[in-house]
Design a protein around this ligand. Structure first.
Ligand code: NAD
Ligand code: TYD
Length: 346
């Protein structure tokens, strides 16, 4: 099978490409990525010369770029490409509508014309909105997105559904909880806090630090997406989640403990606008239908992830400085997005 992976130079996409090339060496992967601030081909340095891997620099919102990828012959599409950071969506919603909504529609149209066997939209638990202290999101939970990011992902999910209902495109939507693991851009909670702690700098915790997220290792997410691509029932939505709910403060304290750093580094800062209180997934359907289960326990996964950031200081120092962007802009032409690199905190 030749799989078009969009956003393959980002955190989850690059882990997914590595997963497919390892687990399905007979398959081919085309990576279509615009190389925004979050896309970094260094994430794929180990597969760069694999003859089953092809990279195309391109924007999913540009039909010409998408056609170029489809002209190679595509059997399945996995759409990871998106603007993915909630804080950035609060500052600049427009880029999210363009890539996440318009981009998904351009890709759907090309997939329909090419009569692909399967289109998988990689979505998020955030489309369901926020939970109180009890309960879990199921696939039947109504969409109630609260941030420009989650609203753009919900819009994309509805377009995907519409292409199934209207044109009979064989598709799935996966909705996953918060991921962590290697190659995550250090603007997201876990890598940001690891890097701040390593530098003995303050760890900025929003509000009271009691917001809850359900953490899943990226490798478990990739395996779930891949099972859905190959065996998901067409038209179905599948939740993917770790059943590992923790408050942000618990996560931050655990990182500090692992690194032997003092709790006094925690700094409570102004809350995020419209900050969702709690996410928690019921992932029974994918377990029941496809046999998926998380395999990496959080205490082990977080230790491995911390070790990875300790051993890849050069990677995240380059990422934060934006140095890699200049390099790829030189190799592949100018970036399509001009969002600045680097995490929120210094
Ligand atoms: P990321 O920000 O690390 O990577 C996004 C990638 O998409 C980058 O390589 C970027 O260059 C590329 N991209 C952005 N706009 C593009 C465009 N218009 N055309 C082509 N490429 C474009 O994101 P991530 O954390 O790897 O998330 C990947 C997907 O998974 C997203 O769709 C996100 O909504 C979803 N998701 C993420 C999480 C999470 O915890 N990170 C959880 C659930 C779902
Ligand atoms: P994030 O990693 O941005 O993922 P998402 O918002 O998609 O869940 O944030 C995870 C949680 O951590 C969220 O509740 C916001 C909080 N947070 C902080 O408290 N401080 C920070 O500096 C960041 C980036 C996030």
């Amino acid at each position: 099978m030749r799989i078009l992976v969009t956003g393959g130079a980002g955190f989850i996409g690059s882990n997914y490409i590595r997963y497919v090339l390892r687990e399905h060496p007979e398959d081919e992967v085309i990576n279509l990525d615009a190389l925004t601030y979050a896309g970094n081909l260094e994430n794929l340095h180990d597969v760069e010369y694999n003859s089953h891997y092809h990279f195309i620099k391109g924007d999913i919102a540009r039909p010409d770029d998408v056609s170029k990828a489809f002209s190679l012959g595509v059997h399945g599409v996995v759409n990871f490409a998106a603007e993915s950071h909630v804080d950035r969506s609060i500052l600049n919603p427009e880029a999210f509508i363009r890539s996440n909504v318009l981009g998904t529609q351009v890709l759907l149209e090309a997939a329909r014309q090419a009569k692909v066997d399967k289109f998988v939209q990689v979505s998020t638990d955030e489309v369901y909105g926020s939970l109180g202290e009890q309960g879990y999101f199921t696939e039947e939970t109504p969409l109630a997105a609260n941030s420009p990011y989650s609203a753009s992902k919900a819009g994309a999910d509805l377009l995907v559904r519409a292409y199934g209902q209207t044109y009979g495109l064989p598709l799935n939507i996966t909705r996953c909880s918060n991921n962590y693991g290697p190659y995550q851009f250090p603007e997201k909670l876990i890598p940001l806090m690891i890097i701040q702690a390593l530098a003995d700098k303050p760890l900025p915790v929003y509000g009271d630090g009691q917001n809850v997220r359900d953490w899943l290792h990226v490798e478990d997410h990739c395996r779930g997406v891949d099972m859905v691509l190959r065996r998901g029932r067409p038209g179905e939505v599948y939740n993917i989640g770790g059943h590992h709910e923790r408050t942000n403060l618990e996560i931050v304290n655990q990182i500090l403990a692992e690194l032997g750093k003092p709790l006094s580094l925690v700094q409570f800062v102004q809350d995020r606008l419209g900050h969702d209180r709690r996410y928690a997934m019921n992932a029974d359907k994918i377990t029941r239908e496809l046999g998926w289960q998380p395999q990496i326990d959080f205490p082990i996964g977080i230790q491995q992830t911390i070790r990875w950031y300790l051993e890849h200081r050069e990677w995240w120092e380059r990422v934060r400085s934006g140095e890699y962007q200049e390099y790829f802009a030189h190799q592949y032409g100018d970036r399509t997005e001009n969002t600045p690199a680097g995490g929120r905190a210094e």
